[in-house]
Design a protein around this ligand. Structure first.
Ligand code: KG4
Ligand code: ZN
Length: 339
């Protein structure tokens, strides 16, 4: 069976065509970064309007790349949770319309499970059971995953997501959106010990939650102090690099510390890491070192599958194998459902 997968949870309009043997036949990601850049973050209303404009051309181009037509599809899958309500609705409406028109079944994808499935696609079914760290613009959570569709929440951020902190700190430093790649680049020339920023809950092993709002505020005060020292109020390139590196180190420290605590508590043998922030080179390096030291298997999503894409929605094939199809009155679930 050939399945079309749609992904419109946030600010990427993406589609993929995947076979029931998990072979990716074609995929497209249309990013909206240019539209949100001047706001330093995602504007939900702009995101949903852009999805409406892009979804049909993205589907057409994906089918073209896969060398198939609509008539070849056996099912349509779509990410229905969690995400921005308006954005999710565009994908779900497109998916339902295709299902009605083609008389084929609808499959729901949980976007967070899909981020972990990116690791499964790269490293095979043996990654389960695992602990999963999902670290993105909207989420920072640890799960125990007994299987691809069987997740138990271990802990999550009590305020901002890590990616959101990257985006906000980048905006404070005058760096472009999305902030993650910009901070990573700036940090390359910086001293990670130049400023000592807070690391919430570090070493409190029993607590698997995260908090990044205190870190963000601390960076803001630090930047204001640096600005006040300069006649033009502008930070030097070196100061920007130092703040970026020190901030990034603080985020990496807590993400690694909490992942290690979750591994110890669950006695899991594999740690899967997915989501946009999993693309961060410093995080990937620190996790690899931690995994080697603590002797567990590490599966980090390949770079192309870290930020939002529809290929990771191939978790739909697991639902199809389990006979999990949806009715056409299915609704979106924007918020995080605590399982
Ligand atoms: O998974 P994703 O595309 O969307 C959500 O589901 O939220 O993640 C986007 C987030 C943004 O906050 C972006 O700044 C961050 O991932 N990001 C990074 C890097 N690349 C993307 N953060 C740190 N380092 C990176 N290299
Ligand atoms: Zn995501």
């Amino acid at each position: 069976m050939i399945v079309l997968i749609l992904e419109t949870t946030c600010d990427e309009t993406a589609a993929a065509v995947v076979s029931d043997q998990l072979e990716v036949k074609g995929a497209v990601v249309a990013s909206q970064h240019d539209l949100h850049q001047r706001f330093g973050g995602i504007v939900p209303e702009i995101a949903s309007r852009a999805h409406v404009e892009r979804i049909l051309p993205v589907i057409d181009e994906t089918l073209r790349r896969a060398g198939i037509t609509l008539a070849d599809l056996g099912a349509v899958a779509v990410a229905t949770q969690p995400g921005l309500a308006g954005s999710l609705l565009v994908g779900l409406t497109a998916a339902k319309t295709l299902c009605v028109a083609l008389d084929i079944p609808l499959v729901a994808v949980n976007h967070l499970q899909a981020h972990v499935y990116a690791c499964r696609l790269a490293d095979g079914p043996g990654v389960f059971p695992c602990v999963a760290l999902i670290v993105s613009g909207g989420h920072t959570s640890l799960y125990h995953c007994a299987g691809p569709l069987d997740f138990t929440l271990l802990g999550s951020t009590i305020d901002d997501a890590a990616g959101e902190a990257f985006d906000k700190v980048a905006s404070l430093l005058g760096l472009p959106y999305p902030g993650g790649p910009a901070i990573q680049k700036a940090a390359a020339g910086g001293n990670a010990k130049a400023a000592r920023f807070p690391r919430a809950f570090l070493g409190q092993d029993e607590r698997l939650d995260f908090s990044f709002s205190g870190l963000k505020t601390s960076v803001r005060y630090h930047v204001e102090r640096l600005r006040a020292k300069r006649p033009d109020g502008q930070l030097s390139a070196q100061e920007i690099a130092d703040v970026a590196a020190s901030f990034q180190a603080a985020v990496v420290d807590v993400l690694v510390d909490k992942s290690l605590a979750a591994m110890r508590q669950t006695a899991a043998e594999t740690l899967c890491v997915g989501g946009g922030v999993a693309a961060n080179a410093a995080l990937r390096e620190a996790l690899a070192a931690a995994a080697e030291k603590a002797k567990f298997r590490l599966s980090i999503a390949p770079l192309r599958l870290c930020t939002d894409n529809a290929v990771m929605g191939a978790i739909a094939i697991e639902r199809i194998r389990a006979g999990l199809y949806e009715e056409l009155d299915l609704d979106v679930t924007p918020g995080l459902v605590r399982t």
